[in-house]
Design a protein around this ligand. Structure first.
Ligand SMILES: Cc1ncc(COP(=O)(O)O)c(C=O)c1O
Length: 397
């Protein structure tokens, strides 16, 4: 029985359905029909965390002194490890006391940052397409979103010159994410310099999501916002342990950068949660200290999958951009069919799950996103199924 008066607040009622929740419903119904799904829909890495990370978590569990509430601001040694990692990777110096904060996954932190800093009516600049939390966090906060439309013509990089002067003046916060989910695009260092100057000029908080910090190939090294002079005065950067370290289910990430921004987020969070179980923070420390050879191995795995799929899909008529980073391929829908219709057709006729590009905003229409979260055998099977179903780039004209 559903009672009308048990009704969520407008901030929840008015949220569009979360795309992955909708996709989950469709997957469940396909499974019920006995379809063997090849799920390339979510950015959920396949496989386990490194053995030493699991061992560190087990060892920590044996310590009777860490089973209580962890410190609100995170375990000191994890914050210090983050600062050391930053220095090693980017040459950036961070004060572990107030410029690094562990999070229960970066999604949680991104959403709460919007709530900590945005009042109803505040203007926030968000790319379209974008990782959904970049616009859903501000929506929950009641902010006014100004979409920065990304286009293939501009290589999916934000064009700051397209932001109207009056909007820039009113904006309080700007979200961006390179290497990008969903497009797989990267941004040149000059773009980071431009955006830092833009944020200083218009007094805008910069929020960079560097979730795919290490999933980069062919010698490409993603830029950290904090490498740019002046960035730490106005910005923060989010990281996750989910992707490179196969720890998506462990729910741990961190934010670094401007201490005033971090303090605002921390104040909100001390009212909402008690932080991350210390055993997980201990395991995350181990992960950040894994040798570079571990990271190279992960990079090679995704690179091999990327090349395999691009070559296989080329035989079906697709010309897919060779991404320099991320675990995604951003694939143009065949002419004559939209994103949702194409993803549903592929799902119902082949059991292959792709995410429709419009799930990331209207700017993603005309594309689907494929996550490279299966081995080449399984990816080959997915391509073979498309072929058998007669689905090629030209099949809808
Ligand atoms: C760009 C981006 N940011 C954040 C996240 C969330 O990561 P976490 O597992 O740390 O919440 C994802 C996950 O797919 C992502 O793609």
């Amino acid at each position: 029985m559903t009672l009308d008066w048990i009704s969520p607040a407008a901030r929840v009622r008015n949220l569009p359905q979360y795309v992955f929740a909708r996709l989950d419903e469709l997957k469940t119904s396909a499974r019920k029909q006995g379809i063997d799904l090849i799920d390339l829909g979510m950015g959920n890495p396949d496989g386990a965390a490194h053995g030493s990370v699991i061992a560190a978590a087990k060892k920590a569990l044996d310590d009777p002194n860490i089973h209580g509430y962890p410190p609100f601001e995170g375990v000191g040694s994890f914050r210090r490890t983050v600062a050391e990692w930053y220095h090693r990777r980017y040459g950036v110096t961070l004060n572990p006391e107030n410029e690094a904060l562990p999070l229960m996954g970066s999604k949680e932190g991104l959403a709460h940052l919007a709530m900590a800093f945005l009042d109803p009516g505040d203007v926030v600049l968000v790319p379209n397409p974008a990782y959904p939390v970049h616009f859903r966090g501000p929506l929950i906060a009641g902010a006014e979103i100004h979409e920065m439309l990304l286009t293939a013509e501009n290589d999916w990089v934000i064009d700051l010159s397209k932001i109207p002067e009056d909007v820039a003046r009113r904006a309080k916060m700007l979200f961006f994410n390179y290497p990008s989910n969903p497009t797989g695009a990267t941004a040149p260092r000059e773009f980071y310099e431009e955006i830092v100057a833009f944020a200083h000029k218009y007094e805008i908080i910069l929020v960079h999501d560097l979730c795919y910090a290490e999933l980069a190939f062919d010698g490409y090294q993603p830029t950290s916002l904090l490498e740019i002079p002046g960035a730490k005065e106005i910005g923060v950067e989010f990281h996750t342990m989910s992707k490179t370290y196969n720890m998506a289910g462990w729910r741990i990430g961190f934010v670094v950068g401007n201490s005033q921004i971090i303090q605002g987020l921390r104040t909100l969070k001390t009212n909402l949660d008690y932080g991350i179980f210390a055993a997980l923070q201990s395991a995350a420390e181990t992960a950040l200290n894994l040798p570079d050879s571990y990271v190279s191995e992960v990079q090679n795995r995704y690179k091999e999958r990327r090349d395999f799929v691009i070559a296989g899909m080329a035989e079906l008529g697709w010309n897919i951009t060779k991404t320099k980073a991320t675990m995604y391929l951003w694939i143009a829908c065949p002419p004559g069919i939209g994103s949702t219709e194409f993803a549903l057709k592929v799902l119902s006729e082949t059991g292959v799950v792709l995410t429709p590009g419009n799930a990331f905003g209207t700017g993603g229409e005309g594309y689907v996103r494929m996550s490279l979260i299966a081995d080449c055998d399984r990816l080959g099977e997915a391509i073979q199924r498309l072929k058998s179903a007669g689905i090629t780039y030209d099949s809808f004209q």
